[in-house]
Write a protein that binds this ligand. Structure first.
Ligand code: C2E
Ligand code: CA
Ligand code: CA
Length: 467
């Protein structure tokens, strides 16, 4: 779809082949000349972002590609600007004001791009892209896209994370260059307190290559059984002697080339591109099969908990899939506990509440994982369908006798009791932590103090030895 304004704008701009300025956004009056194919593509794409009047992202990419074609030797930088916590502006001051701020940002960004012989667009929501002539120093950006804006809008707390992909590897496509600028941007903490920029460097490039090779090898990883399950014991600590009652299942990937790859590294990668659904389903199925085997061998059920990624929550078949597993292996729903990370709850409350309510109705036990890492409020806890709270490892590390952490633990345990929730502490490494948590009233404990994650046969031997 295109509109008259955009077509006119483009027609007016058709011009000199030799002009190597890219000031072609609908706000700009400079000229650009387009090849026939590009021209066709451009008039088909929406031309303008209706809110800000900047050129649309489709136009932006087409124009940037066209510039590259015409000026192959010109150094150009891809820049991503991500405005932190923009939703707070909408929530605090209303959407109208939020839109006003976005337009002011658009002005800033477009002016800055223009000054440096380039173009800008709003990529989505509060993310802006710039494609400008290569710069040796980027300090000017901080002032131009943040300080200046804060002054104009008198809006405190607008911080920008800026990722830059300079003209390093000429072989990358324009989309790849912006992906890399985005990686540089994401390498800056979301919680950073000042506007800052990061330049894509060879370390990030190596990481990207490593990730690409890992993703490439996922097919053979399934085919060659490179994934396996580890079981970390969970102990009930109510009585005089801790009692081994269940386990958490943790995935392990033994890669033929890279050796043991840590889940902390590949899980976020798989979450990004949707592969996590396949991986988690594999883990859940293997876990259900193992529960069945132990039931047959030992004559009783050992419940295990599996991790459920935030991405799985959006899978419309998740409930049917889990129910089918229970039927396929002839086990009970309360044999399979589901660990869902706290941040998944705060990211999409409505979706998760409806899925988890249904899961609980079916008889699955639901544990909130990593509690204390995110920002769930007490009010939220009272409204969530939950069976257990699993305290985050970072929280446990911070607790020592007589400090604030210990008082906070007391409060959490009281609330959990009121809400009828089991409290599990994970990452418990030493006897000091163990006794502190047990005496404070924790129900279950998991961590190196008792055991590292074990292979299934080792776990079974432990079960038999402790029975
Ligand atoms: P998590 O669910 O919080 O799992 C606990 C992590 O803490 C595990 O790391 C475990 O080995 C480690 N740990 C246990 N006890 C201790 C301790 O006493 N001290 C210390 N320092 N660490 C301890 P692991 O296995 O590397 O897993 C890391 C994360 O990867 C998990 O964190 C979970 O978020 C994710 N993950 C692992 N397996 C799966 C899976 O099958 N599916 C999904 N979606 N995520 C998984
Ligand atoms: Ca977990
Ligand atoms: Ca955890």
């Amino acid at each position: 779809m295109y509109n008259e304004i955009s077509l006119n704008a483009l027609l007016n701009r058709e011009g000199s082949e030799g002009n190597n300025s890219m000031n072609v956004s609908p706000r700009s009056s400079d000229s650009v000349s387009l090849g026939l194919n590009t021209y066709h593509d451009i008039i088909k794409a929406p031309a303008v972002d209706p809110l800000t009047g900047l050129c649309s992202k489709e136009q932006f990419f087409l124009l940037a590609k066209d510039f590259d074609r015409k000026h192959p030797l010109e150094g150009v930088d891809a820049i991503v600007l991500n405005y932190n916590k923009f939703h707070l502006i909408n929530e605090l001051y209303g959407r109208k004001f939020g839109d006003k701020v976005l337009c002011a940002i658009a002005d800033c960004v477009s002016e800055t791009a223009k000054e440096h012989g380039g173009i800008a667009c709003r990529y989505d929501a509060d993310k802006f892209y710039m494609y400008i002539k290569h710069q040796k120093n980027y300090d000017f950006l901080i002032h131009q896209v943040s300080d200046k804006l804060a002054h104009m809008m008198k809006t405190p707390d607008i911080r920008v994370r800026i990722g830059i992909y300079p003209d390093l590897f000429k072989d990358a496509t324009i989309e790849q260059r912006f992906d890399r600028a985005m990686q540089a941007c994401n390498s800056i903490s979301k919680f950073s307190h000042a506007t800052s920029y990061e330049i894509y460097d060879s370390k990030m490039h190596e990481k990207e290559m490593f990730e690409a090779r890992l993703l490439d090898s996922i097919g053979s990883a399934f085919a060659e059984n490179q994934f396996s399950l580890a079981f970390q014991p969970k102990y009930n600590v109510h009585g005089n002697h801790p009692k081994l009652t269940s386990a958490e299942v943790l995935i392990r990937w033994k890669h033929p080339e890279f050796g043991l790859v840590k889940p902390d590294f590949f899980i976020p990668l798989f979450e990004e591109n949707g592969l996590i659904r396949q991986l988690d389903r594999y883990v859940w199925r293997e876990a259900a099969a193992q529960i069945r085997r132990w039931k047959d061998e030992l004559g009783y059920s050992i419940p295990v908990s599996v991790n459920v990624s935030r991405v799985d929550i959006f899978d419309p078949d998740i409930i049917d899939y889990l129910k089918q597993l229970i039927t396929d292996y002839g086990i009970e729903t309360n044999d399979l506990h589901l660990e869902i990370t706290e941040t998944a709850y705060t990211d999409n409350v409505e979706q998760i509440v409806s899925v988890v309510k249904e899961l609980q109705r079916e008889g699955f036990m639901v544990e909130m994982d990593d509690f204390g890492k995110g920002y769930s409020s007490i009010n939220m806890l009272t409204n969530l369908p939950l069976d257990a709270l699993k305290l985050d490892i970072g929280f446990i590390k911070d607790i020592t006798e007589n400090n604030k952490g210990k008082n906070l633990l007391g409060c959490i345990l009281e609330i959990a009791k009121l809400l009828n929730l089991t409290v599990i502490a994970e990452g418990v490494e030493n006897s000091k932590q163990y006794f502190l948590l047990k005496n404070a009233g924790c129900d279950e404990i998991q961590g190196f103090y008792f055991s590292k994650p074990l292979a299934s046969t080792e776990f079974r031997n432990l079960l038999v030895a402790e029975a």
